[in-house]
Design a protein around this ligand. Structure first.
Ligand code: ADP
Ligand code: ZN
Ligand code: ZN
Length: 753
């Protein structure tokens, strides 16, 4: 008997199950109308789900009789190109995350909902012949209709609803409807590809600066390697002109008809970068970030997919945006930890970008004044080109850095005499001073002087911070708030001490010492309202004599030409930490904050207050600079067999009861230990050397009322690690008791809490 050829469609369904699903294609659907990258409706359990087609086959591992049929095809063309499907498959297998959730995360929200057909934004409205020829003067009283006609007159292809809405007010929808009924205006639905703009003949708006020699060498190198995969690190001190190098390289990629993707840590903190791009190029540039609503995101996604947007500047999730002519990826401030997602799929946008560039055979450029150990390691391995910019561009000179030993000095609310004198000197010259304190609020601890009561959060293993202006205590980990107790809740004593310094307290003290000087405090509390950050930054940039106080929001990327003194009030917070990455982070912070000083002709000075002036890491950083520090730090990691010389995964678990997370992690530990003993993890080079650290409580065991624990797994071979974890997942998913617990795997964890 001749067997009928099966049409099996493999799809990704948004569920926490780590597998793909097979469906049958019934005779009513033409197989040619189902392509990878299209959305389909499938029966799933008792509901229907939107799934994404990954591939087709004539075989399946499932009993054919049990297979269900696909209900409906939702798209007429793929919404995801093969390139992105391949990338997302890699993401699912590398981060060991359910593939359906990976696709769900990568797609704009509108695509995940049934109502939103692909055409939603792609209906274009335009004038008909009749509309063009009719006498518009008859519309004197119909202002809205007239206004829409005027708007449409200037376009050949027509405008989308959003474009019309941008210029019209009031009841324009009704007016548009009337025009359609009169047959003066018609709508037409187009496929996104038709919208594709021909590359603008005019790319450059303003010409580039005259590059210095180091910049020139870097740009030439990039251009020489611009037509295929190559990874380069631009390791350039703050103000050395990295951005200028990107711009020159981007210009040449645009000339070749390519699109460019630029990943940045936080859009809100990079207005100057965006402004420079817009100043330089006349092509369509768009930013993509979490501040946009779903409709805006969808539109940008479609415009990038159609090739209309030539430069996309976005935060980490932008790495998934389809761009058909993609010709380069740039990651600015590549050391920034915001490129790593800390919940859901714990992906590193940087690593995904490297894989994407490799798949697409295009260059990728990472830039930083303080490169991550991972990137420096890749340079050592010759997997990444190391391009150094060691001079400041233009006339700017690098700042001097000093330590202020605060031992034995009287601190006036956290400020040493030495520092206060320095601030006076700089203000006397009408310059700006920047004080950095990486802690919000007024004081991080409240203490009873009689019984020793301390303001702990009852939901977390952490202390409540006193916020003076709102006069309450707040937990920075779970956002719990409570009024300031008038006396000690335990013994009733009235004398509660506020210990430690937050930015709010620094501001108060500074205003008292320098009553004549304008003070601007920039942290998350003062910039909550939309637009306040921008206006504060503008004020800070006007260069008038000022004291700027801020948290890390002030440390990133800003250019304050008139700041000549930068002080980090308390670096000791970062000196002693259990995290092996803490020295790297502290060194990056110090260098980044220092980089805010002396950006123009005026020479800058940087001071760090510390009670540990003998600290080795600090002294290495001060005498040998970041590159000297990095060399030493890498050597130490190599000796201790820590990343990037080993590969880690962190299994995290949380639960209402300590016993539950302990039991789960113990189970994981037992499963993996026996896998290791039985040799199911192959020995690739010599002995399989998988190590376990834990199970242990998380550094903050209790957070927001939940108890958390972790188990660190480390191996010298990535393959071993992945194979072990895959086996573990297989076991956990087959274990009923384990399914009830909240747990996650973090591949290449960046923070160990
Ligand atoms: P980075 O990105 O490394 O911090 P930028 O590209 O922002 O450096 O450059 C720092 C400053 O120096 C900017 O104001 C920029 O306009 C200026 N600059 C950069 N390159 C040059 C150059 N070749 N000649 C003159 N000024 C330059
Ligand atoms: Zn007390
Ligand atoms: Zn809390």
């Amino acid at each position: 008997m001749l067997k009928k050829k099966l049409n099996i469609i493999q799809v990704a369904v948004p569920t926490p199950l780590r597998r793909k699903f097979d469906y049958l294609l019934s005779d009513t659907i033409n197989p040619d109308h189902v392509l990878p990258g299209m959305r389909v409706l499938v029966p799933f359990g008792r509901t229907k789900q939107i799934a994404l087609v990954l591939g087709k086959s004539s075989k399946t591992d499932i009993d054919v009789k049990k297979l269900r049929s696909l209900s409906k095809v939702l798209d007429t063309a793929p919404i995801l190109p093969e390139e992105i499907i391949k990338l997302l498959n890699w993401v699912a297998s590398y981060y060991l995350h359910p593939i359906g959730e990976v696709f769900q995360t990568a797609l704009p929200v509108h695509y995940r909902k049934k109502e939103s057909a692909l055409e939603q934004n792609l209906t274009l409205w335009r004038l008909t012949e009749l509309g063009r020829e009719s006498d518009w003067n008859d519309l004197k009283r119909a202002v809205r209709q007239r206004s829409i006609l005027e708007q449409l007159k200037n376009t050949a292809d027509g405008l989308t609803r959003e474009q019309i809405a941008n210029e019209q007010e009031g009841h324009w929808q009704a007016a548009l409807k009337t025009l359609v009924e009169k047959k003066w205006v018609e709508s037409q639905t187009v496929e996104p590809v038709l919208l594709k703009n021909k590359t603008n003949a005019e790319i450059r708006k303003n010409s580039s600066l005259l590059l210095n020699e180091e910049q020139q060498i870097a740009v030439e190198f990039l251009i020489k390697n611009g037509n295929c995969y190559s990874a380069s690190l631009i390791d350039g001190i703050t103000g050395s002109g990295k951005t200028e190098v990107y711009l020159s390289f981007i210009e040449r990629q645009l000339e070749q008809g390519r699109q460019v993707l630029v990943l940045v840590p936080e859009i809100g903190l990079t207005p100057q970068l965006i402004h420079r791009f817009e100043h330089r190029f006349s092509v369509k540039i768009q930013t993509l970030h979490s501040g946009l609503n779903n409709t805006q995101r969808m539109k940008i996604w479609q415009q990038a997919s159609s090739g209309e947007i030539r430069i996309l500047i976005g935060t980490r999730s932008s790495v998934f945006t389809p761009m058909p002519d993609l010709g380069a990826i740039i990651i600015d401030e590549e050391h920034d930890i915001s490129f790593k997602q800390q919940d859901g799929i714990r992906y590193s946008a940087k690593d995904i970008a490297l894989v994407r560039a490799n798949n697409a055979n295009i260059p990728i450029i990472l830039g930083s004044a303080t490169p991550s150990m991972e990137s420096l390691y890749l340079c050592q391995q010759n997997k990444m080109a190391h391009l150094k910019l060691r001079q400041r561009a233009g006339n700017a000179r690098p700042p001097e850095v000093h330590l202020i030993d605060v031992r034995g000095q009287y601190l006036q609310h956290g400020l040493s005499r030495t520092l206060i004198d320095l601030i006076k000197q700089h203000l006397a010259k009408e310059n700006q001073v920047l004080l950095f304190q990486n802690r919000r609020g007024y004081s991080p601890v409240l203490l009873c002087n009689k019984c020793g009561w301390i303001s702990y959060c009852h939901r977390c293993d952490s202390k409540l911070t006193y916020h003076r202006q709102r006069n309450h205590l707040r937990c920075h980990h779970c956002q719990t708030e409570q009024p300031l107790p008038p006396q000690c809740p335990d013994c009733g004593h009235g004398d509660l001490s506020q210990l430690g310094m937050g930015t709010e307290r620094v501001e108060k003290v500074v205003r008292e010492i320098f009553p004549e000087t304008e003070v601007i405090r920039i942290d998350r509390d003062t910039t909550q309202r939309k637009g306040t950050l921008q206006s504060m930054l503008e004020k800070a940039r006007d260069g008038k004599k000022q004291i700027l106080i801020g948290t890390q929001m002030l440390a990133k990327g800003h250019h304050f030409p008139n700041v000549t003194l930068v002080a980090i009030l308390d670096i000791d917070q970062g000196l002693y930490s259990i995290d092996f990455r803490a020295p790297e982070r502290l060194a990056q912070l110090i260098v980044q904050v220092s980089g805010r000083a002396g950006r123009e002709e005026k020479k800058g000075q940087v001071v760090l207050q510390t009670a540990h002036p003998e600290d080795e890491m600090l002294n290495t950083l001060l005498t040998l600079g970041y590159s000297g520090f990095a060399k030493k730090a890498l050597a130490e990691r190599k000796e201790l067999l820590l990343p990037p010389y080993a590969y880690q995964a962190l299994i995290r678990c949380e639960s209402n009861k300590i016993e539950n997370y302990q039991a789960f992690l113990e189970y994981c530990f037992q499963v993996m230990s026996s896998l290791k003993r039985n040799g199911s993890v192959e020995k690739s080079v010599g002995e399989s050397d998988i190590q376990f650290l834990g199970p242990v409580p998380a550094p903050m065991e209790k957070k927001a009322g939940k108890f958390r624990g972790q188990l660190l797994v480390q191996a010298s071979q990535r393959k071993d690690l992945h194979r072990m974890l895959n086996d573990l997942i297989w076991n956990v998913e087959a274990n009923k008791a384990a399914q009830r617990i909240r747990w996650s795997i973090d591949i290449d964890p960046q923070e160990l809490y």
